[in-house]
Design a protein around this ligand. Structure first.
Ligand code: C2E
Ligand code: CA
Ligand code: CA
Length: 687
C-alpha cells in the first residue's frame, strides 16, 4: 500500500462512522475507529480530536490511554490549524499538513475535517459542527534510519538546533516557526545545494509521509531529485567545465584515495603549457579555449588505462598513473606528451602551436604520499620552465634541495634588501660605433658575498616577489651615482615585473626627485619577454615612463619570441641585439646578415641599434659594418666600478670646445678608415 499520511487522515476523517464516534467524545473508540483495518503497527503516535461539538480536546498518545487535552500543539499551531481546517470546503478530502516537534522528535501531522460521507448531511452539519482530527506520526531513530537509507542520505538525523559543519535543513511548522533541523554529513556541495533544494526536501517530507517503508519509498522519489542535484553540484565542483576533466579538488581527493588504497607505485606528471597566455592575448580567449580543449583531448588519449588526467589550472594539467607491470617508463610517457602537445592545433584563428614543460615524479616508494609526488612533479616542472627550453624533467632529490636552498636564499635576499650596503652597482660602457665615445653605461647589479651572479639573484627576487623592493634599492644607488657624476648617462635594467607594477612609476619619480636627477639621463632596458606576454600593457607602461622623460630600450633582442612587428608597437628608442648573435660561431656570416637586417629595420623605425657582447676587435668591426650605432662588450670594457669608468672615459665636456656632448675614451685611437675603436689602454679593468 502506498499511502500518503494526509490521505490517510482524509480517509479516516471523511468517514461517517468516524464522525459518529468522534462526536461521542470517546477518544479510544475514535482511535480504534480511525485505525480500523490497519494492522501494520503504529499508524499514529498521537491523535487529537478537537472542536466541533466537543467541549474539550481529546488526546490519545501511543501506548497511553485517551485523555482530555491539552493536546500536542502549541497555541499558535492550534489556532492556525483550526483556522485552516475550517477553510476546507465540505465534501473535499483535503488536509492541512505540517511539521511539529513531538517530544524530542520531528513529527508530521495532518489535520482534516471529520465529516460524514454524505455531502448533504455534511453541509447541513456545517464546519462548526464537525470535529477536527489531527493525526501525528513521529520519526524515531529507526524510522529516520529507514528513511535515510532509502534516500541515500546517510547519517540523517533530527536535532532541535543546527549542527555546525553539517548539512542543516531547518524545518518550520505550519506557522513558520522552527521546529528543528534535519542534519546530515555534508558533501562539499551540500551546503550550496541546501539553499536551492530545501523547498524540495521539505516538500518531500511534507508531501509524503508516513507508513514506514511506504513513506521511505515516497521520500526517495522526491528526494532523489535533491540527491541528484547534490550529485551534479558535487560533480560541478570537481569538474572543469571547459574540458570536462576533473579539476584540482578532484585530483586531491583522487590522490587521497590512491594513498588509502592497495595500489602500487604511482607516477605524477605535471604539465604546464608554455606561453599559452600569448595565444589568449593575441587571438582571444575563445581560441585559447579551443587549444585547451584539444590539448586536454590529446592528454586523455595518451593517458594509460590506470591513470587520470586533471586540469589543475588555466594552462596546467596533471596526469596521475598507477603503474602497471609493463608500463613504459614515466620519461617515455612524458616525451610522448611533449610531442603530442607540440603538434599543430587547428583553431578558428588558424593553426596554433604550443609547447609544454613537464615535471615527472615517480613514486616507487609507497610511503611517499601522492600529494608529495604532485609537489615534486611541480618542482621538476618549474625547473624546465626556468630553463625555458620546454620538454620534461624527472624529479630528483637535488631539485628539492635546490628549492630548499632557494627558500634560504630568499630570506637572505630579504635581509639584504632591508639593510643598506649589500648591493653594488658596476657600469659597463656602451660606446658610439663611430668614435668609441661613451654613449652611456649600463648599470649592472652585484651582490658581493652572496655567491650569486646577477642572473641568479634577480631571478630569485622575481620568483619571490622581491624584485620591486630590490629594484628600488638599486635605483637609489644608481641615482646617487648619477647625482655625483652629472655627465653620466645610464642604461637601467628593469624586470618585467617591475614594469607592470603599478607603483613602479612613482618609485622612479621619487628616486629622480630625491637625487635631483634629470629623467633624460636614464634609458630603461626591458627584455622581450614582457612584450610577448602582454604587448598592450607593456606599451602603455613604457609610454608612461617616456612621458616622465626617460628613454627606453629593448634588451636582448633576437633570443626571445618577439617579432619586429611587436617591437614596432613599442615606444622605444633603442634596440639592443643580443650578444648570442656574435657568440654563435657556427654561422658567423649568417648571423651578421641577420644583425644587418635587424639594424636596417630598426633604423627604419627610428631606433638606435646597440650590438651587445662584442669581445674582439673583429667582432666590433663586423657589428659596425652590419649597421650598429652603438657597441657594448668586454672589448670596450667589462662592467666596472663607477670610479674606474670615470677614469677610463673622459667627460666630453672636458674636451676642447666643439666636441660632441657626452663622453669619449680617454685616449682614443682611431684605426685609419675605420670606425673608431678604443685603444687597448683605454679598455677598463675587469670587475
Ligand atoms: P643584460 O641586461 O643582458 O646585461 C648584459 C650582460 O652581459 C651582463 O652580465 C654583462 O656582464 C654581460 N656582458 C657584457 N659584455 C659581454 C661580452 O662581451 N661577453 C659576454 N659573454 N658577456 C658580456 P651580468 O652583469 O652578469 O648581468 C646578467 C643579467 O642580469 C643582465 O643581462 C640583466 O638581465 C640582469 N641584471 C643585471 N643587473 C640588473 C639590474 O640591476 N636589474 C635587473 N632587472 N636586471 C639586472
Ligand atoms: Ca641589459
Ligand atoms: Ca642585454
Amino acid at each position: 500500500m502506498v499511502a500518503d499520511f494526509s490521505t490517510l487522515i482524509a480517509d479516516y476523517s471523511v468517514w461517517t462512522e468516524a464522525y459518529e464516534v468522534a462526536i461521542t467524545g470517546d477518544v479510544q473508540a475514535i482511535y480504534d475507529a480511525v485505525t480500523y483495518g490497519v494492522d501494520s503497527g503504529t499508524v499514529f503516535d498521537a491523535i487529537m480530536v478537537t472542536a466541533g461539538p466537543l467541549p474539550n480536546d481529546l488526546v490519545w498518545h501511543y501506548g497511553g490511554e485517551g485523555e482530555t487535552g491539552p493536546g500536542f500543539l502549541s497555541p499558535d499551531q492550534d489556532r492556525f490549524l483550526r483556522q485552516r481546517v475550517k477553510e476546507i470546503p465540505i465534501g473535499k478530502y483535503e488536509t492541512v499538513r505540517g511539521f511539529v516537534c513531538y517530544g524530542d522528535r520531528l513529527a508530521m501531522l495532518a489535520a482534516g475535517l471529520m465529516q460524514p460521507y454524505e455531502t448533504e448531511r455534511a453541509l447541513s452539519i456545517g464546519h462548526g459542527g464537525m470535529p477536527i482530527l489531527v493525526g501525528l506520526r513521529s520519526f524515531d531513530e529507526a524510522r529516520l534510519e529507514v528513511l535515510a537509507s532509502a534516500v541515500s542520505l546517510e547519517g540523517l538525523q533530527y536535532f532541535q538546533n543546527a549542527v555546525p559543519g553539517m548539512s542543516n535543513l531547518e524545518i518550520a511548522d505550519v506557522t513558520g516557526a522552527s521546529v528543528g533541523f534535519l542534519v546530515w554529513p555534508p558533501s562539499r556541495a551540500g551546503q550550496v545545494m541546501l539553499s536551492r533544494f530545501a523547498p524540495a526536501i521539505l516538500l518531500a517530507f511534507a508531501g509524503v509521509l508516513v507508513l514506514s517503508f511506504t513513506t521511505a519509498w515516497l521520500f526517495r522519489q522526491n528526494l532523489q531529485r535533491v540527491i541528484r542535484g547534490e550529485a551534479s553540484a558535487r560533480r560541478a565542483a570537481r569538474e572543469d567545465s571547459l574540458t570536462r576533466l576533473p579539476n584540482r579538488l578532484a585530483m586531491m581527493e583522487w590522490t587521497a584515495d590512491l594513498d588509502g588504497g592497495e595500489g602500487g607505485p604511482r607516477r605524477v606528471l605535471f604539465i604546464d603549457l608554455d606561453r599559452f597566455k600569448h595565444i589568449n592575448d593575441i587571438y582571444g580567449h575563445s581560441v585559447g579555449d579551443q587549444v585547451i580543449v584539444e590539448i586536454a583531448a590529446r592528454l586523455r588519449g595518451l593517458c594509460p588505462p590506470a591513470g587520470q588526467v586533471f586540469r589543475v589550472g588555466g594552462d596546467e594539467f596533471s596526469l596521475i598513473v598507477q603503474q602497471q607491470d609493463g608500463d613504459e617508463p614515466a620519461g617515455a610517457l612524458a616525451a610522448r606528451i611533449v610531442e603530442a602537445v607540440r603538434g599543430p592545433v587547428g583553431t578558428s584563428a588558424g593553426v596554433q602551436r604550443v609547447d609544454c614543460s613537464i615535471g615527472v615524479a615517480a613514486g616507487s616508494d609507497l610511503r611517499v604520499p601522492s600529494e608529495d609526488l604532485v609537489r615534486q612533479a611541480d618542482l621538476a616542472m618549474l625547473k624546465v620552465k626556468r630553463a625555458r627550453a620546454g620538454g620534461f624533467c624527472l624529479y630528483t632529490p637535488e631539485i628539492e634541495a635546490i628549492a630548499q636552498r632557494d627558500r634560504l636564499r630568499e630570506t637572505e635576499l630579504a635581509k639584504a634588501i632591508a639593510a643598506p650596503g649589500h648591493f653594488s652597482i658596476v657600469y659597463q660602457p656602451i660606446v658610439n660605433a663611430r668614435d668609441s665615445s661613451l654613449v652611456r653605461a649600463e648599470a649592472l647589479a652585484r651582490w658581493p658575498g652572496s655567491g650569486m651572479g646577477p642572473g641568479e639573484f634577480i631571478a630569485l627576487a622575481e620568483a619571490s616577489g622581491q624584485i620591486v623592493a630590490l629594484g628600488e634599492v638599486l635605483l637609489n644607488q644608481i641615482c646617487a651615482d648619477l647625482a655625483r657624476h652629472p655627465a653620466l648617462e645610464v642604461a637601467l635594467n628593469i624586470s618585467p615585473l617591475q614594469l607592470v607594477n603599478p607603483a613602479f612609476r612613482a618609485v622612479i619619480e621619487g628616486c629622480l626627485v630625491r637625487h635631483a636627477v634629470a629623467p633624460g639621463r636614464i634609458e630603461i632596458e626591458i627584455t622581450e619577454g614582457v612584450m610577448v606576454d602582454d604587448p598592450a600593457l607593456a606599451a602603455i607602461k613604457l609610454q608612461e615612463l617616456r612621458a616622465l622623460g626617460l628613454s627606453a630600450a629593448i634588451d636582448d633582442f633576437g633570443i626571445g619570441y618577439s617579432s619586429l612587428g611587436v617591437v614596432r608597437q613599442m615606444p622605444v628608442n633603442t634596440l639592443k641585439i643580443d650578444g648570442s648573435f656574435v657568440r654563435d660561431k657556427t654561422e658567423v656570416d649568417r648571423n651578421f646578415e641577420m644583425i644587418a637586417g635587424i639594424a636596417r629595420i630598426g633604423h627604419a623605425m627610428d631606433m638606435k641599434i646597440v650590438g651587445e657582447g662584442v669581445e674582439t676587435e673583429e667582432e666590433a668591426l663586423r657589428m659596425i659594418e652590419a649597421g650598429c650605432d652603438h657597441l657594448q662588450g668586454y672589448f670596450f670594457g667589462r662592467p666596472m666600478p663607477i670610479g674606474d669608468l670615470m677614469s677610463s672615459f673622459v667627460l666630453r665636456h672636458d674636451l676642447p670646445a666643439g666636441a660632441e656632448d657626452g663622453f669619449s675614451p680617454a685616449a682614443p685611437s682611431l684605426p685609419e678608415g675605420r670606425a673608431a675603436l678604443p685603444h687597448s689602454s683605454t679598455r677598463a679593468r675587469t670587475t
